[in-house]
Design a binder for this molecule. Structure first.
Ligand code: FCB
Length: 453
C-alpha cells in the first residue's frame, strides 16, 4: 500500500508535465435529452428504457440534463472549472436516424458543429467519441453489432463525422468500453439491447473491434493531423486467496477483461489460452480481421474505476471465475472498491505488456449520495478525496515512466447512469433534474483550484 491508498494527498498541477491534458467527460445519451428533436432517430437505449423493469428508477435519457438545449451554459461551466479539454460523444441516431443512408441528417451535424465551435471559442479542446453505446434502433432491428454489416455502417458514420468535424476535432475515440457494449449488453443483458447469450456477446465484441480498426482510415483521411484511439474499461485483477487455483483464475479472468482487447489491438490476435477454453463459443474471425483491428493508433484511452478480485469457480461458464467482494475496503455508493493504487498497477502493466505510445485516462470518477445543503451548496468530501487520491496515483505512474498524457474526470455533470437511472451521481457539478439547475460541488471547486495551481 502506498500513500495513494491512505491519507488524502495533495497533488499539484505543477507536478505534471506542462502539456498534460486536463479534462472532463460526458456522453450523448447520458446528458443530451431531446430524444425526439431535429430528426434524431430512436436508439437502442430509448427502446431499452421503455421496457418495464430495465432501469432502476424507471427513467430514461429522454430529457436527462437537457444538454441539447443547455450546451452553451454547460461549456461555460467546463471552462469555469479550468479544464482544457472536453470529451463528449456523438449520438449516431442524430446523424443517421435509420443507422445508414445516402446523406447524414444536417440538423444532427449542425448540433455537433455548434458544440465544437463552442468548445473552441472557450479554449476547450474537443475530444470526440463516436460510439458511447447509443446504436440506432434501426440497426439493432437488423441484428445490431452481431450483424457484420454494422461494421460498414459504423465506418460510414465515422466518415460523416470526420468530414464534418475533422477540420476542428483533433482527437477521436472510436469506441467507449467495448467490453460493456458486448458483455453487459449481450451476455449479462443489463444494458441495451438486453440480450443474454455469451457466444453472441463474443461475436458482438469481435465486430466492435473490427469496426474500430475499419473506421481509422476514414478518420485519418478526413482529419489527417488528428490523434485517434480507442477507450477500454480495464481492471487490475487480483486473487481472492493465495491458492494456485485462484492465481490461475486471475489469469483467465484477465484474459477476458484485459488481454482479450489489448492483445488484438496491439497485433497479437486473441489470447490462445482463452480461445482454447471458449471452444465452439469463440467468435468467427475472417481473414484480415486481425490486421484491421491492429491498425496503428496514436493513444490508448483507459477508463479506470476499480480492481476486480476473483476466485476459481468451476462450472461458472467457460472461464470458470467468480468476482468476489474484498471485505472491509472503502467503496463508493455503487459498491465499487476505492483503490487508487490499482490505477498505478494497471498503468504500469499496460506499459510493460503492450507499450502504447500514449495513454490518456479518459474516465475516472465516483458516485456518492450527495446532499444539497439548505444554503444550496453540495459538499462531497468523499468524491473530492477520490479525485485527489487518483490524481496522486496518476502522478506516481508518471514517475514510473508510464506515457500518461492526460486525465479526464467522469463526469462534468450528474447524468443518466444507464441501468441505475438518475440514482447514481458522478458529476463534479450537481444537477437538480426538476429545475435543471447546476451547482458546482466541492469536488468541482477542488478540481478548479488544483487546475489553477
Ligand atoms: C463507464 C461509462 C460511463 C459511466 C461510468 C460511470 O463505464 O463509460 O458512461 O457510466 O462508467
Amino acid at each position: 500500500m502506498s500513500s495513494a491508498d491512505t491519507a488524502r494527498p495533495t497533488p499539484r498541477r505543477s507536478d505534471f508535465p506542462r502539456d498534460f491534458r486536463w479534462g472532463c467527460s460526458t456522453s450523448s445519451y447520458q446528458i443530451e435529452g431531446a430524444a425526439q428533436e431535429d430528426g434524431r432517430g430512436e436508439s437502442i437505449w430509448d427502446r431499452y428504457c421503455a421496457t418495464p423493469g430495465r432501469i432502476r428508477d424507471g427513467s430514461s435519457g429522454a430529457v436527462a440534463c437537457d444538454h441539447y438545449h443547455r450546451w452553451s451554459g454547460d461549456l461555460d461551466l467546463a471552462r469555469a472549472l479550468g479544464v482544457g479539454a472536453y470529451r463528449f460523444s456523438v449520438a449516431w441516431p442524430r446523424i443517421f436516424p435509420d443507422g445508414v443512408g445516402e446523406r447524414p441528417n444536417q440538423a444532427g451535424l449542425d448540433f455537433y458543429s455548434r458544440l465544437v465551435d463552442g468548445m473552441l471559442e472557450r479554449g476547450l479542446e474537443p475530444w470526440a467519441t463516436l460510439y458511447h453505446w447509443d446504436l440506432p434502433q434501426a440497426l439493432q432491428d437488423r441484428g445490431g453489432w452481431e450483424n457484420r454489416a454494422t461494421i460498414e455502417a459504423f465506418v460510414d458514420y465515422a466518415e460523416a463525422m470526420a468530414r464534418c468535424l475533422g477540420d476542428r476535432v483533433k482527437h477521436w475515440i472510436t469506441h467507449n468500453e467495448p467490453w460493456c457494449t458486448a458483455f453487459l449488453g449481450h451476455h449479462e443483458g443489463i444494458h441495451a439491447p438486453g440480450i443474454r447469450d455469451y457466444r453472441r456477446a463474443l461475436q458482438v465484441c469481435h465486430h466492435l473491434l473490427v469496426s474500430h480498426g475499419a473506421a481509422l482510415p476514414a478518420l485519418r483521411g478526413w482529419a489527417p493531423d488528428a490523434q485517434v484511439g480507442i477507450t477500454l474499461s480495464l481492471h487490475p485483477i487480483e486473487a481472492a486467496s493465495p491458492s494456485a487455483a485462484d492465481a490461475a483464475a486471475v489469469h483467465r479472468h484477465d484474459g477476458t477483461r484485459n488481454r482479450w482487447f489489448l492483445d488484438p489491438l496491439y497485433g497479437r490476435g486473441y489470447p490462445a489460452d482463452i480461445v482454447e477454453r471458449l471452444g465452439a463459443d469463440a467468435p468467427v474471425v475472417l481473414a484480415g480481421d486481425f490486421e484491421t483491428i491492429a491498425a496503428p493508433t496514436d493513444f490508448l484511452g483507459v477508463n479506470y474505476y476499480f480492481p476486480e478480485v476473483v476466485a476459481d469457480a468451476p462450472g461458472a461458464g467457460p472461464i470458470a471465475t467468480r468476482v468476489v467482494d474484498r471485505p472491509g475496503v472503502e467503496r463508493t455508493a455503487f459498491g465499487w472498491e476505492i483503490a487508487p493504487q490499482g490505477l498505478v498497477t494497471l498503468l504500469d502493466r499496460i506499459r510493460a505488456d503492450w507499450h502504447p505510445a500514449a495513454i490518456y485516462i479518459t474516465e475516472n470518477g465516483s458516485t456518492f449520495d450527495d446532499v444539497v445543503a439548505p444554503d444550496g451548496r453540495v459538499d462531497d468530501p468523499k468524491r473530492l478525496d477520490y479525485l485527489a487520491r487518483h490524481l496522486a496515483a496518476a502522478r506516481e505512474a508518471l514517475a514510473h515512466g508510464v506515457p500518461l498524457k492526460g486525465y479526464f474526470a467522469w463526469s462534468l455533470l450528474d447524468n443518466f447512469e444507464w441501468a441505475e437511472g438518475y440514482v447514481r451521481r458522478f458529476g463534479l457539478i450537481h444537477v437538480d433534474y426538476a429545475t435543471q439547475r447546476r451547482t458546482v460541488k466541492a469536488s468541482g471547486h477542488w478540481y478548479a483550484g488544483f487546475l489553477k495551481t
